[in-house]
Design a protein around this ligand. Structure first.
Ligand code: GRF
Length: 186
């Protein structure tokens, strides 16, 4: 069993989904901890609903906070970190100290459309395809080794909101698959 911490900043639909999958696949991984940089992140409610410990780190003094997180997750025996809509950029210090054990989901077909507002840019550029990517986190934004990707067709009638919904649905299938893959190689 691999103990996993999920880092969030917002809605937490990927977090909820990973928790649900972990409950069905008891032996592979367990979502042991929820970490957020925002006290009011909607996704924090899943801590109470599923009885999972949560911890808020404000990230105002990044280096100090990151040291505290590393200490805390080691104490909790966390072996893998899943970033799921976590809006802070982790420093190379943090990444080095948890090397090869941090993964992220990004709503585009990386290496295309790194960064924010992916769906808006995809629509503006009249792309025929978009999708989502689960990748390892390295010190360059959205640039680590790709674990899995899923392609989604973009129709002319798609607005960026429609596309976001369509991609998020695929994220909920892709993230658990990628997580299981990483767990079996740990
Ligand atoms: C997802 O689209 C994810 O790819 C991106 O942020 C969004 C988070 O959604 N990194 P949620 O908070 O999991 O609902």
């Amino acid at each position: 069993m691999i103990n996993v911490a999920v880092f969030i900043s917002g809605t937490g639909s990927n977090l909820k989904n990973l928790i649900e999958v972990s409950l069905q696949n008891k032996k592979k991984f367990k979502i042991q901890l929820i970490i957020s940089d925002k006290k009011k992140a909607i996704g924090i409610k899943y801590s109470k609903i599923y009885n999972i410990e949560k911890k808020i780190f404000k990230f105002d003094k990044k280096k100090i906070e990151e040291k505290k997180i590393l200490k805390f997750i080691n104490k909790k025996n966390i072996k893998l970190i899943c970033l799921a809509g976590f809006m802070k950029i982790l420093s190379s210090y943090f990444i080095r100290n948890f090397k090869g054990k941090i993964i992220n989901i990004h709503p585009s077909l990386l290496p295309k459309y790194k960064g924010l507002n992916t769906h808006k840019r995809v629509i503006k550029n009249k792309e025929k395809f978009s999708g989502c990517t689960v990748h390892f986190v390295n010190s360059k934004l959205d640039s680590g080794k790709i674990i899995l990707q899923k392609k989604v067709r973009v129709f002319k009638s798609d607005t960026y909101k429609k596309l976001a919904k369509k991609v998020l649905k695929q994220e909920h299938l892709l993230y658990p698959k990628a997580l299981k893959k990483v767990c079996s190689s740990l």
